[in-house]
Write a protein that binds this ligand. Sequence first.
Ligand SMILES: Cc1cc2nc3c(=O)[nH]c(=O)nc-3n(C[C@H](O)[C@H](O)[C@H](O)COP(=O)(O)OP(=O)(O)OC[C@H]3O[C@@H](n4cnc5c(N)ncnc54)[C@H](O)[C@@H]3O)c2cc1C
Length: 343
Amino acid sequence: MSAENHIVIIGSGGAGSEAALTIRQRDPDCHITQITGSKLPFISRYELPQVFNGVSGWRELLAEPPEYYDKNQITVRRNSWVDHVDAKNKKVLLKHKEEVSYDKLLVASGGGGYLPEGLREFQPLMNGFGTYEQAVKVRQALPKKGHVIMLGGDMTGLDLARTLVAVGHRVSLVVGEQLFWPHEVTDDQRAKFVSVLEDMGIKVMIDKKVTAVKLGGRGKPARRVVFDGGGGIDGDVVMPFCGLMPSLNFMIGADVDIERGLLVNPELKTTNDSIWAAGDVCQIWSPEENSYLFYYGWHYIKEMGKIAAINMTGGKKKISTYQDDHLYINKQGEIDSPYWMYR
Ligand SMILES: Cc1cc2nc3c(=O)[nH]c(=O)nc-3n(C[C@H](O)[C@H](O)[C@H](O)COP(=O)(O)OP(=O)(O)OC[C@H]3O[C@@H](n4cnc5c(N)ncnc54)[C@H](O)[C@@H]3O)c2cc1C
């Protein structure tokens, strides 16, 4: 590969970072640029719950030391949001009006928390948990033995819930359609897993429909969640955990096929010959299921980054579209998930 070859990666999460390193290992000469909207270097989002468990600064969560990027000659453009991609002229256009040319492009832009329509108007009164800054905001809003109200109940939220309970906070979960997402469970399994959640110290509220999130009354906790038919609960923080929405608006019009995610073949190539995708942003063609599917989990998204990188540097490797994604009860009697095996 020639020295002027420029590989641009949109995203500096697990998938994009694994890809950058693999590309460098396979091609010492090419130019690698990672573009990220994040202000911070790569922080493992899986470790974010640790801000409630002794982690006091973002440096403690860095996936790689700062010198790693110089050593591997990987340029990381932080605080740079991609506005759109001009696939015809092979350019990435940044929101601050700069253009970055590429020879090959990897889209590893992940996703953000999905918010069901009925909850959107209450967003300003709820807390997200996708970035270090958001995690710190939640910590600041929670008094000692504070009360967190979670809406939905996807696996990211349950991961945080077990840490919050372990450090002495209370968690009430108002169950939504996304309970245990992305796992699919039968009704019988669901009842069993719910009782295990309760044994883990999480208060589970089933069959409650949220109609509003409001500011708390005078002398009361900061928020109130109101239920259909009357009643509600008070808490210090309200957090929606309702699954994931791929971040790919900037790819609309970029000569790639999109369903809910960016569609790729098992070699992780999009319908454009110069563009690949990896991580939470993409849906991979599964010959077994005869459809495009999302695949999650730390190991898997890293594997996607690696395989995309191999194929971008002249290899030809397919990702396995079989994944064991069963929720289970571990030896400690707690629910556990293959998605949580990231350490
Ligand atoms: C608190 C928490 C706990 C979690 N725990 C688990 C867990 O236990 N197990 C598990 O499997 N998963 C867990 N997840 C989910 C996990 O973090 C994601 O699956 C994983 O981070 C996806 O990696 P990714 O590289 O695809 O995308 P991300 O890590 O989401 O990275 C996306 C990157 O793209 C950048 N980006 C996006 N849009 C743009 C744009 N327009 N311009 C420039 N840059 C852009 C972002 O800044 C970021 O750098 C957790 C998530 C959170 C928030």
